[in-house]
Write a protein that binds this ligand. Structure first.
Ligand SMILES: *[C@@H]1O[C@H](CO)[C@@H](O)[C@H](O)[C@H]1NC(C)=O
Ligand SMILES: *[C@@H]1O[C@H](CO)[C@@H](O)[C@H](O)[C@H]1NC(C)=O
Ligand SMILES: *[C@@H]1O[C@H](CO)[C@@H](O)[C@H](O)[C@H]1NC(C)=O
Ligand SMILES: *[C@@H]1O[C@H](CO)[C@@H](O)[C@H](O)[C@H]1NC(C)=O
Ligand SMILES: *[C@@H]1O[C@H](CO)[C@@H](O)[C@H](O)[C@H]1NC(C)=O
Ligand SMILES: *[C@@H]1O[C@H](CO)[C@@H](O)[C@H](O)[C@H]1NC(C)=O
Ligand SMILES: *[C@@H]1O[C@H](CO)[C@@H](O)[C@H](O)[C@H]1NC(C)=O
Length: 355
């Protein structure tokens, strides 16, 4: 695994090497590469631990890695599954402190139809995870592994993708092909289709360019928000209260928030409500201010490798990186730039303090 990774450099050194400024609309933002995962890799999603360490899921291989936000350490494999059983990992989300859930995906074909395997949700309990830095070799040793346990096989699903936390015991998981969202009880493994809206379907538009509908999902101000990749939209619906005993479900009609985010993948809200939307196959990152009618591209373009195949974003959780948005990129493996250009996947970051 580690042979695929470029030698670890410090954050500063990497910033100098990879710093670039976008030529798009103001305010242009500087994109910095923290880690590069090597050719033909795909960083798909991420979650940030309370201690600031970043968990990255890979789609090209079923693995979850821990990366240090300062770039000081080599990536550490936290969980890995047999690549004969799973194609890769996707959505990842924390419920109780330092307990995460991740999608391990069966195999889908180019139409995103499941052809073999079973989509499975795994629990990664980081409370048992411990490492020791070896000053001499500047390497790192895992002295105690994370506890990785199968939660449930979601047999009715086709292509599970984005995940978010509903409350301490329930996660929500998007099925991008079927166009619905599951609620999964992490204490029992029981799951139900909780939200199943027309605007979650890839074929809710005429001549969809991809079979991916609902992709990223997040809760914000009581609403479930989601991107529809084929439609290029961000949508929302009022959701039942997460502290209620009622079943998880919508409390009103779905609405489209913006429709100018082509190929929207995952997205994230900053604490002030500003959203950052990753547009994987457009190689762009857009910003959406609350109550704005449209999103604005702030970095990348579909003829640039700056944010090649940007797939998801999460904010840092330390005082020092609370304004830093970490971004996974897939190197444009999903849709090569200009038809042929792919680059190594990365964990990149931008400073969002001016947004
Ligand atoms: C994917 O599999 C489905 C079901 O077998 C099939 O209809 C579809 O044509 C396949 N797509 C590709 C690109 O092979
Ligand atoms: C952690 O898990 C790996 C893979 O199963 C194993 O090789 C290693 O010995 C484990 N480490 C510890 C400290 O138990
Ligand atoms: C989802 O909604 C569609 C109608 O849009 C319906 O045909 C289908 O049965 C629903 N599926 C589930 C699992 O609720
Ligand atoms: C989480 O939500 C479910 C469904 O609404 C509810 O049954 C459960 O009690 C909630 N859990 C907590 C810890 O609030
Ligand atoms: C893509 O093509 C455009 C137009 O020819 C060119 O300006 C740009 O540099 C190309 N991008 C890459 C990453 O090769
Ligand atoms: C880039 O995206 C625009 C749509 O915004 C499209 O017209 C153009 O063909 C795309 N270019 C490439 C090289 O993919
Ligand atoms: C982010 O940018 C602000 C404003 O330029 C600066 O004060 C802050 O130090 C930057 N944060 C990081 C972590 O680089």
């Amino acid at each position: 695994m580690s042979r695929l990774l470029t030698p670890t450099l410090t954050l500063t050194a990497l910033s100098l090497l990879f710093t670039a400024v976008t030529a798009t609309t103001t305010p242009a933002v500087q994109v910095n590469v923290l880690y590069s995962f090597g050719e033909d890799s795909w960083a798909e999603n991420l979650a940030v631990r309370a201690n600031g360490q970043i968990l990255v899921s890979r789609l090209d291989t079923p693995e979850v890695l821990q990366l240090d936000p300062t770039g000081a350490r080599e990536p550490i494999t936290v969980a890995a599954w047999d690549a004969n059983n799973y194609m890769g990992c996707l959505g990842i989300s924390e419920t109780r402190a330092d307990v995460f859930y991740v999608v391990a995906s069966g195999f889908v074909n180019d139409s995103f139809v499941l052809t073999s395997g079973v989509n499975t949700i795994w629990e990664i309990d980081m409370r048992t995870f411990a490492i020791e830095d070896d000053q001499a070799s500047s390497g790192v040793t895992v002295t105690s592994n994370a506890t990785v346990t199968k939660l449930v096989e979601v047999t009715s699903s086709d292509f599970l993708n984005g995940m978010t936390t509903f409350n301490e015991t329930v996660i929500l998981v998007a099925d991008a092909y079927n166009g619905w969202v599951y609620a999964v009880d992490t204490t029992t493994g029981a799951y139900t289709v909780a939200v199943n809206e027309t605007s979650m379907k890839f074929d809710s538009i005429v001549d969809p360019s991809t079979n991916l509908g609902v992709n990223g999902i997040k809760l914000h101000d009581g609403y479930l928000y989601w991107t529809n990749t084929a439609a290029g939209t961000l949508n929302r619906i009022l959701l039942s209260d997460s502290h209620d005993d009622a079943v998880v479900g919508p409390l009103g009609p779905a609405e489209t928030v913006v429709s100018n985010v082509p190929k929207a993948d995952d997205f994230i809200f900053k604490s002030d409500g500003v959203a950052f939307i990753a547009q994987n196959q457009m190689d762009e990152l857009s910003v959406l201010y609350p109550r704005a009618g449209h999103a604005e591209v702030i970095a990348g373009s579909n003829i640039s490798t700056l944010l090649a195949g940007v797939s998801a974003g999460k904010f840092g959780r330390l005082e020092s990186d609370a304004e830093i948005l970490y971004l996974t990129t897939s190197g444009a493996l999903g849709l090569p730039i200009n038809g042929s250009v792919t680059v190594p996947a990365t964990l990149s970051w931008i400073n969002t303090s001016s947004f």
